[in-house]
Design a protein around this ligand. Structure first.
Ligand SMILES: Nc1nc2c(ncn2[C@@H]2O[C@H](COP(=O)(O)OP(=O)(O)O)[C@@H](O)[C@H]2O)c(=O)[nH]1
Ligand SMILES: [Mg+2]
Length: 439
């Protein structure tokens, strides 16, 4: 039996209401004398008295198993004073209710079959989402298991049974495994797995955000683009070269893409001590970026050699962008037709949107990625699943039934690990280490 646990469910900051959550096997008994519980799922006011404190609490009681964790759950709403919440938690601990680990409520929900592992992961992402798109993606995953998982199981299960029968009785009873039938069936499955893998690789960018650094010569239009993408005036913009000194960072969503943008000082040799310090800070930012947009004013005949030298180590992660295209005459020949050309001033940024979506989402729209696998754990397992099915498809025909039998078992096991049905503690630890207290 589990020990009862408690935790603040709201941030420990001065606020209107502070919520404490308790979960345990018999809370009516545990809280007896201190807190008479109200009727199930009906809010009740209770006067709580301890250590000279006298607090009125709104109390909710969800008897197990019809609760979040599957155990009895009690939620207390009190004044949102962090000290008060801590003192009340102290009182609960004196009753034998220990402080919960991060994610422990959800972990109990999982162990009691109230929730799946993938749902729990989605919940963690839902709580930490920073943009509208991230919220939508996490909500879609929290709602239900992706239907392709059940479909894959339904396809594998009969083959698993047949392969095992062939292993057990094959010799005596003349039961064989129709390997060509198996392969034909699995070929379709492999195609679906590849589609999901591709969706999940794109969804990973939506979930984690894309780090984009803006680089280029002074006055290339970095800060202007930074402000336009962020949708707010964060960076100073002037016609004076060397205006930006510190690296600025903003998290935003632009046309459905969650971005972490970094505005940098223009790359040039400079006598100005402060500007030079700014330039020195650019390198680590570039090193950590998923993509560097190298901004080159459209009127420049070619890119600045000094900037090219600074960007050389990051080859493969640099995208040249011609800026300030509004300044060009219609028939300007300095631009090659395949140049990516934008104007932040006139908000002519469609080419940039298309380039980013092609690169990170492989041209898939964010909406099409709803429900895709999005955590590293899930992606890794899906990758292993692909390998497993490819091994099956490569089996020589005929072969000993033990081979397909064990590979099918392996694939089945990977699906079980994906959904968390195998209840492996190591996977749970990995998932719940990212949770906040009280969830
Ligand atoms: N015409 C035009 N001017 C721009 C555009 N973007 C920036 N500018 C101007 O170029 C100058 C330098 O811009 P800024 O964003 O500070 O460049 P940074 O030094 O690269 O950060 C400012 O005077 C901006 O108003 C654009 O798209 N079109
Ligand atoms: Mg600037």
């Amino acid at each position: 039996m589990f020990q009862p646990i408690c935790a603040p469910a709201t941030a420990l900051l001065p606020s209107a209401v502070g919520i404490i959550r308790i979960s345990g096997p018999d809370l009516a008994g545990t809280l007896q004398g201190f807190l008479p519980l109200p009727k199930a799922r009906t809010a009740g006011l209770r006067q709580l008295r301890w250590d000279g404190f006298d607090e009125k609490a709104l109390v909710l009681f969800f008897p197990g198993p019809a609760s979040y964790t599957g155990e009895d759950v009690v939620e207390l709403q009190v004044h949102g004073n962090p000290l008060l919440v801590r003192r009340l938690l102290g009182r609960l601990q004196a009753l034998g209710i220990r402080l919960a680990e991060p994610g422990e409520f959800t972990r109990r929900a999982l162990l009691n079959g109230k929730q799946g592992l993938m749902e729990a992961e989605a919940l963690r992402d839902l709580i930490s989402a920073q943009t509208d798109q991230q919220l939508r993606q996490a909500q879609a995953r929290a709602g239900a298991l992706p239907p392709w998982i059940a479909a894959a199981k339904a396809r594998i299960a009969p083959w698993m049974a047949r392969a095992e029968a062939a292993v057990d009785y094959g010799e005596d009873e003349g039961i064989g495994l129709a390997l060509d039938g198996l392969k034909a069936d699995l070929k379709g499955l492999l195609i679906e797995f590849h589609v999901e893998l591709r969706r999940s690789e794109a969804a990973r960018w939506l979930q984690g955000g894309i780090r984009i650094a803006l680089a280029g010569r002074p006055n290339a239009g970095k800060s202007t683009l930074f402000n336009t993408l962020a949708g707010e005036d964060r960076a100073l913009v002037t016609e004076v070269p060397g205006t930006t000194r510190d690296v600025l960072e903003v998290t935003c969503e632009w046309r459905g893409l969650p971005l972490r943008l970094f505005d940098t000082a223009g790359l040039r040799q400079t006598e100005d001590r402060v500007e030079a310090l700014g330039v020195a800070r650019v390198h680590p930012v570039l090193a950590q970026a998923d993509l560097i947009l190298h901004l080159i004013p459209a009127r420049d005949p070619k890119a600045d050699p000094e900037v090219l030298k600074a960007l050389a180590p990051f080859e493969g992660r640099v995208l040249d962008v011609r800026t300030q295209s509004d300044e060009l005459d219609g028939d300007d020949r300095r631009l090659k037709t395949d140049d990516l050309t934008i104007s932040a001033l006139t908000n002519d940024l469609d080419a940039l949107e298309a380039a980013l979506k092609a690169r990170f989402l492989e041209g898939q729209s964010p909406e099409a990625l709803l429900g895709a696998l999005a955590t590293a754990r899930q992606r890794e397992l899906l990758g292993e699943l692909v390998d497993q099915v490819e091994l099956l498809l490569g089996l020589p025909d005929p072969c000993a039934a033990e081979l397909p039998a064990s590979l099918l078992q392996g694939a089945w096991g990977l699906l079980a690990r994906l959904t968390g049905e195998d209840r492996a503690e190591s996977a749970l630890d990995q998932v719940f280490s990212g949770f906040c207290l009280g969830k």
